[in-house]
Design a protein around this ligand. Structure first.
Ligand code: ATP
Ligand code: MG
Length: 403
């Protein structure tokens, strides 16, 4: 096995000045978390890059498969190293390039970076010397300086020579957890898991909350949401899911608020419950999958009426996204197939025939004022079920007798 390590280049965190150390530590912890199943993993974190030791082919395969999902990584490369001896270097270079011998015609260059200024050959000399050794050995290689198919990068560092030929794109973004925690309102639909993913990419750790209305919504619908919450954990962190018994509140809204305003009122109840749970779990923001104009509850007027119940920042990463673009991301991150399973969500069941697209806040407030919603909200918060993903054991289900 020629490659002994994987070199990881940091993403945006390199620009973070004094927070840099925290970011690097967080990334290292997240890598450990993501590769929990192949521990121990030796990780060496330096100021500008990180090295993960590859002990065997099996570990290497898992690392190459999963590293592209870890946020905070710009790119990574399997890297080999040798002593500062020209013969050793030539031998290693040829060994690395063997992988491309049968790959058809290839454009190629040698790229030298020399930080050890005591090395006897300077950058150009070394480049020429290595090129002159390599090229006659590979009849399918031609030299091309700009955008070659393969660039053999040789780094002459103080401790050793490092060589790599492949740069693999990382997920970018920031390490999950480096930008605090928020509560994701997770329905069973296409949008909210995508919204959660995008916030995780910006370094936000998530708890999720789901509103469940048995017997109007089935256990299948809840199962689907659990699957989605679990799916989000592959991006580098545990996700806790709070399932709220929402039937009582939803029925109270239906019975006390006129039909055309019940949708707005339901959303306000959801937001109030979410805000209380948010506070209890120590999250700073609430994330939703809302996208402007998509449905009646997502007009600016509706969003204003919903927002009115809290001053907590509501993060809506999809607000300007087109549905087709959202679907594309859902497919890429593997949530789409789960999201399109046809199980009713609590909102779909109670959706009135013609919800107001421009609800008036004062009217909604007026109709809500005749009912003691506070008590119902408290009860919903208190009676929530919490699940932790990735899930190791199945918890007993409080909702079982309601279904
Ligand atoms: P999604 O595809 O995420 O369900 P949607 O386009 O169906 O979104 P709505 O049903 O209007 O839109 O929901 C808007 C947002 O409200 C959702 O993205 C989600 O964040 C939140 N939401 C809706 N229903 C629920 C629910 N049952 N539990 C938790 N959050 C919900
Ligand atoms: Mg929905």
């Amino acid at each position: 096995m020629k490659f002994k390590e994987i070199l990881v280049r940091y993403g945006e965190l390199s620009t973070k000045g004094r927070n840099k150390k925290d970011f690097i530590n967080r990334l290292r912890d997240n890598v450990r978390y993501s590769f929990n199943d192949i521990m121990p993993l030796k990780i060496r974190a330096e100021r500008d890059r990180m090295f993960i030791e590859i002990e065997n082919d099996e570990k290497s395969k898992v690392l190459m498969e999963r590293l592209p999902h870890v946020f905070g990584i710009q790119s990574f490369s399997p890297v080999a190293s040798c002593g500062k001896d020209l013969d050793e270097m030539k031998e290693l270079a040829i060994e690395i390039l063997e992988d491309y011998r049968d790959a058809g015609d290839i454009t190629f260059k040698v790229e030298v970076h020399r930080t050890d200024k005591t090395f006897p050959l300077n950058t150009h000399e070394l480049q020429r010397e290595m090129g002159a050794t390599i090229l006659p050995q590979f009849s399918n290689f031609t030299v091309q300086v700009k955008k070659p198919d393969v660039a053999l990068r040789i780094e002459v560092r103080d401790d050793a020579i490092y060589m790599m030929a492949q740069v693999i794109q990382g997920a970018g973004g920031m390490p999950v957890g480096s930008n605090g925690k928020s509560l994701l309102m997770l329905s069973g639909g296409i949008d909210s898991p995508v919204a959660g993913y995008l916030m995780m990419k910006r370094g936000v750790r998530l708890d999720a909350i789901h509103f469940f209305s048995p017997p109007y919504t089935s256990d299948n619908a809840l199962q689907k949401v659990k699957e989605l919450a679990n799916g989000l954990t592959k991006f580098g962190a545990n996700v806790r899911l709070h399932v709220i018994p929402f039937t009582e509140l939803q029925v109270a809204v239906k019975d006390n608020v006129p039909d055309n305003m019940s949708m707005t009122s339901t959303r306000r109840m959801m937001m109030m419950v979410a805000d209380k749970v948010r506070e209890e779990v120590g999250a700073l923001g609430i994330v939703t999958g809302e996208s402007l104009g998509q449905v009646a509850s997502q007009t600016l007027e509706s969003l204003t009426a919903i927002n009115d119940v809290t001053s907590t920042p509501i993060l809506r990463p999809l607000i300007s996204a087109d549905k087709l673009d959202i679907i594309k991301i859902a497919m890429e991150i593997g949530t789409y197939e789960t999201s399109i399973q046809p199980f009713e969500d609590c909102c779909t069941v109670f959706t009135p025939a013609s919800p107001k697209t421009k609800p008036r806040l004062d009217k909604v407030q007026h109709f809500e004022s005749f009912t003691q919603f506070d008590e119902l909200i408290e009860r919903a918060v208190k009676n929530r079920e919490t699940y932790i993903f990735p899930q190791k054991e199945v918890k007993e289900d409080k909702f079982a007798d309601l279904l």
